[in-house]
Design a protein around this ligand. Structure first.
Ligand code: PLP
Length: 453
């Protein structure tokens, strides 16, 4: 066993590690809660507190924590061949096998994969491939991208610019709106008073088409959207929205990029949500997280045969697709992904999502009895609980009250991890969750809200 320095972990972390989304005003005193072990639905911190993981690490541990066969697969691949250069004509067996498996599972003709290290790099790759594709077709002006307010697409420069969550921009420069522009989020809870879902959908589609007209269809290359917005607060679109946005993309010769970093590999009960649930085949599908259940980082940008045929033409610029990452098709990550997919299939974990997910969504509706819960929404094992000051007017709760953060702390004290995102409580448990564990999460959230109000 490697000897990690447990006794000084808290202090070493506080002194040297810059955490994502750190609030430095509290971090220097409080430091981190350090998680030491993880098994199944639970994680344990260095103080011995065992916690039910209501957020699957960070939307990613789909098969649950601490699977021995994952560790064995990873160890075996490290001992066989831990890494070799993937550039040019060099490859490895797990990357090739996973490529075929992804093509089998993905909708329609999404038969080609560009591997990355996670979701952000996969979205960056998607945008670069979009540009390369239109360049190859001689449409050199077709470069602008339309994204959505409240969408989350990652933390690299392009992915952060695609992201439309206001709080993630503070203090950072980003690529200008003249290149990446944002239309409204699709959020049924925000639907104006008196409108039907259909009216709202019409409005969003009209706004999108007007933006394309304004930018000039010859300049607009692609639209990117999550099937359900995750980090933006689990925002659910009206029925038919994605299909209609996709149809507008087709009308204007634009590519539709589905960011399925959260939704792929079972969170909504399907391998991929775009086609199976929303009825359209994206031109590019981006996935990460659940592809390897967080055992090893991996991302994948899947592209259609139509795009592949264009970018792989021998006459392309210099004859070479000049983009790639050192860890493209990393053999250990790809081996882990293959084992992860095998477990999802063997244990019919997607079947569990369909059964338990419906129960989870239905039982969480009881939280609407709380005076500060304005909305409980989502699908299957993806849920957002909106905290409001006034249910009737949907006035958001005063952020200075730190309601979501306080309720999160109270849940931790009761042994359950949830995720506060602005004024929303987010739940996304591992896909192996039981109905009893759903009850435990919902009851804990309920008691914690009661204590807060
Ligand atoms: N896209 C979506 C929808 C995400 O939720 C995330 C991360 O949460 C990303 C992209 C970025 O993925 P990563 O953090 O692996 O770079």
């Amino acid at each position: 066993m490697t000897a990690f320095d447990k006794s000084n972990a808290w202090e070493n972390d506080r002194a040297h590690v810059i955490h994502p989304y750190t609030d430095f005003s509290t971090f220097s005193n409080e430091g981190s809660q350090i998680i030491e072990r993880a098994e199944g639905m639970y994680v344990t911190d260095t103080d011995g507190n065992k916690l039910l993981d209501g957020i699957a690490g960070l939307w990613c541990v789909n098969i649950g924590h601490g699977r021995k066969e994952m560790a064995e697969t990873i160890a075996e691949q490290v001992m066989n061949m831990q890494y070799y250069n993937p550039f040019g004509h060099s490859s490895n067996i797990p990357a090739a096998t996973l490529g075929a498996k992804l093509a089998e599972l993905a909708p329609g003709d999404l038969n080609h994969v560009f591997y990355t290290c996670g979701g952000s790099t996969a979205n960056d790759a998607a945008i670069r491939l979009v540009h390369y594709y239109f360049d190859m077709k001689g449409q050199h002006r077709k470069k602008k991208i339309i994204s959505r307010q409240n969408g989350y697409h990652g933390a690299t420069y392009v992915a952060a610019s695609l992201t439309g969550i206001h709080g993630t921009k503070t203090g950072f420069d980003r690529i200008g709106e003249d290149f990446i522009t944002h239309v409204s989020a699709a959020n049924l809870y925000d639907k104006p008073e008196g409108w039907s879902d259909g009216d709202y959908c019409d409005y969003l589609v009209r706004e999108f088409e007007a933006r394309i007209q304004q930018l000039g269809p010859d300049n607009v290359a692609a639209f990117i959207a999550e099937p359900i917005m995750g980090a933006g607060g689990v925002l659910v679109a009206p029925d038919g929205y994605h299909k209609r946005m996709w149809e507008i993309c087709k009308k204007y010769d634009m590519l539709y990029i589905a960011d399925e970093v959260v939704t792929a590999f079972g969170r909504l009960g399907e391998w991929f949500a775009s086609e199976a649930i929303y009825g359209y085949q994206p031109d590019i599908l981006v996935c990460a997280k659940g592809i390897s259940s967080g055992y090893i980082p991996l991302g994948a940008t899947l592209i259609s045969t139509e795009i592949y045929d264009v970018i792989s033409k021998p006459q392309c610029v210099g004859g070479v697709l000049s983009m790639g990452l050192t860890y493209f098709g990393h053999p250990v990550a790809c081996a882990a992904a293959l084992k992860n997919i095998e477990i999802l299939e063997r244990e019919n974990i997607l079947g569990n999502v369909k059964e338990v997910g419906t129960y989870f969504q239905d039982s969480a509706k009881s939280l609407l009895n709380q005076p500060i819960v304005g909305d409980v929404r989502g699908s299957q094992l993806m849920m957002g609980i909106d905290l409001v000051a006034d249910k009737k007017t949907k006035t958001p709760i005063d952020m200075s009250e730190k309601a979501a953060g306080t309720i999160f702390q109270k849940c931790i004290e009761r042994g359950v991890i949830i995720r506060p995102v602005g004024d929303c409580l987010v739940l996304s448990p591992p896909l192996i969750i039981s109905k009893e564990q759903c009850d435990q999460i919902i009851n804990t959230v309920n008691e914690s809200i009661t204590e807060f109000v």
